[in-house]
Design a protein around this ligand. Structure first.
Ligand SMILES: *Cc1c(COP(=O)(O)O)cnc(C)c1O
Length: 351
């Protein structure tokens, strides 16, 4: 295949998924593997399933529809509140969705009734990170209204931390979630199948657990795909951090001064660059840019430094000149994974 490509090592993803699945299973925690960063790739989703995972989560209903149509043997969880304009697809294609708004749950209820279905919901609770979630003080009155609605069933509660503000999941906020789960069950005499503690940022908390707790579910994306935890972006021991490799080629190679010539204002992206004089340097340009990658999310060999990117050029310095056409390989972070997966200019090669 020609042009920049993302090499995706499915066996490494599967091994990561299996490792996390088995470790968490010992703590009574099941996994929903999150596919949003790989736009619901059925090949990657199948690797999660090969690892034993039976639940897939995505924030885009379109990704869920394509995974559903691929007849993957897993339940589909919509991990972002449904859009009012997409309620019918959500009821039809998602086995469950996370929710925080009565208006939306009422719409789910009506749509489910119309099509003779029951839609399962997980209520998200606000635990401090101030992204989605019903405030704890509002939770009981909220549920009192939801359980009167036909066509929808509350199967669990959940929380999402470390996302907007980086609030760390810990013993205290996980106990708060457990307490709320118990309170809901006692108040309404219902059983909550799922108490979903969070995302990849919960792995440090989970590692310290010595026994089963009320938290029996996590939704994991980045940790499975990139092999790192997400509070400090440290590699997780025994996971592969090299499941994705971005490869692109040199289109210009030259020795150039490191200081620009002429009076400087903003660059193409509204930034004012403070130049740094390194004398003459081996400068190469690669045929990829900000449209396809977050250039700050590229990790490469120590022979190379990533210096800058425009929408379609990536500029690197190297210790030795690099011939035109040479392929340069990078490991990528989550932001770059998101971009390359949706870039039509980067082909995806599954290995
Ligand atoms: C994206 C997302 C996840 C997965 O997060 P990772 O950090 O990739 O594990 C989990 N839950 C929700 C609600 C999300 O939006």
């Amino acid at each position: 295949m020609n042009g920049p490509r993302l090499e995706i090592h499915l066996d490494r993803i599967r091994d990561n998924a299996k490792r996390l699945f088995e470790d968490l299973n010992q703590l009574g925690i099941s996994i929903t593997a999150v596919t949003k960063s790989v736009i619901g790739s059925t090949r990657i989703a199948q690797s999660f399933i090969d690892a034993g995972i039976r639940s897939l989560g995505d924030s885009q209903i379109d990704n869920i529809i394509s995974m559903k149509q691929a007849k993957l043997s897993a339940k589909m969880l919509l991990i972002r509140s449904p859009l009012l304009s997409q309620i019918e697809s959500v009821v039809r294609y998602a086995d469950a969705s996370v929710n925080t708004e009565l208006t939306i749950i009422r719409a789910l209820s009506q749509s489910a009734l119309k099509s003779g279905l029951c839609h399962d919901i997980i209520l998200m609770v606000e635990l401090g990170d101030l992204r989605e979630g019903v405030l704890a003080v509002d939770l009981l009155p909220f549920i009192r209204q939801v359980i009167q609605l036909p066509g929808v069933k509350i199967i669990g509660i959940g929380a999402n931390l470390a996302c907007r503000n980086g609030v760390i999941p810990n013993e205290k906020n996980m106990q708060e979630l457990s307490y709320l789960a118990n309170l809901i069950e006692e108040t309404f005499l219902i059983k909550l199948e799922i108490v979903s503690g969070g995302n990849s940022a919960n792995l440090n908390w989970a590692k310290q657990l010595r026994q089963h707790s009320r938290i029996n579910h996590l939704r994991l994306g980045e940790s499975i795909l990139l092999g790192c935890e997400t509070l400090y972006r440290q590699p997780i021991h025994s996971l592969n951090t090299n499941a994705f490799t971005l490869i692109t080629e040199v289109i210009e190679s030259n020795t150039k001064p490191s200081l620009p010539r002429g009076e400087c204002a903003q660059n193409a992206f509204g930034e004012v660059i403070v130049p740094f004089d390194q004398g003459n340097v081996y400068q190469s340009i690669l045929g990829i840019g900000r449209q396809d990658i977050d250039f700050e999310g590229l990790v490469c060999s120590t022979e190379i430094s990533v210096m800058a990117a425009s929408s379609d050029h990536l500029i690197i310095y190297s210790k030795a000149p690099i011939p035109i056409g040479t392929e340069v390989a990078f490991q990528i972070n989550y932001n770059t994974l998101l971009r390359t997966m949706i870039s039509p200019f980067v082909s995806k090669k599954f290995l």
